[in-house]
Write a protein that binds this ligand. Sequence first.
Ligand code: PLP
Length: 342
Amino acid sequence: MIDIKKLVRKNILSLSPYSSARDEFSGTEGIFLDANENPKGDHNRYPDPHQRELKDVLAKVKEVSPDNIFLGNGSDEVIDLIYRIFANPGKDKVIICPPTYGMYEVSANINDIEVVNIPLLPSFQLNKEAILQTIKEDANIKLIFICSPNNPTGNLIDGIEEITKNFNGIVIVDEAYVDFSPESSKVQEIYSYSNLIVLQTLSKAWGLAGVRIGFAFAQSEIIALLNKIKPPYNISTVNQEHALLKLLKRDEFEAERDEILAERKRLEKELLQLTIVKKIYSSSANFLLVEIVDENGVYKSLASKNIVVRNRDSVIKDCMRITVGTKEENDVLLAELKDISK
Ligand SMILES: Cc1ncc(COP(=O)(O)O)c(C=O)c1O
């Protein structure tokens, strides 16, 4: 068993967190004269800092205990908080496996944490030998970020347990796209590994990118640390309400997700008919990584028609990442690409 406390920055361990009078009062009815709020208005009260109602519903959806859930202002906030708990600026390091989601590196740079890049293999799987060797040799490596399904490659990542088992640090598995994947999530693995954090979000399959809610699942010791350092009211009342309503509509969620998956299949099939499309990588997410002849030129032509895709040529040569849109949006894209193909 890993002693999580030994991995935590000293200033965070000794920190006295912000506490409000509402933390000491657990009822919902009362005369609230403690927080300098305006007594009138629709959203005049501060939100529940513990998001109890939302966590109770999410706990049922994900089959975990509410004590194993942390809610952030998007996963991006959670990524930043993880650095601030576990990595000492100017001293500690993080392993990132590019090509992958850009915020792991940006957040490391903001926090002055050195990035050790161990690129994915040509199969887009982890270079396990290199990772195991590096963590054995360098005790300053505190964090490893693994994105599965990975953005922008779209594939699921194997071998996460082996890394987690052998690492005296924190493994973060970012499952932003897991709801689109045929494989199950690693969420239940948090009960086997005290050094594992699984991230998910409402921004993708749940269709609430504007609401900014990301989840971290982990053992309660890590969740308590995240709660200790988060801004007290990081999830607004409006956003908590939106999220709650959506989580209660599981049927709607599943129908929307299935529609996106069907569109992904159709888009892939149609794209493969085009002479400019050289290859489409198999995807477990809501996007396709497509290798294209003259990718930069095609990207610019699409942009000139107000069709915005993600140019990934700088990270994977000649590749473009295309998010699956509505049927109508995908039709416009396909028509434009057919024109360009000619
Ligand atoms: C892998 C991955 N993680 C996290 C995020 C951001 O999630 P959120 O909107 O919850 O901050 C994204 C967004 O593109 C992503 O691709």
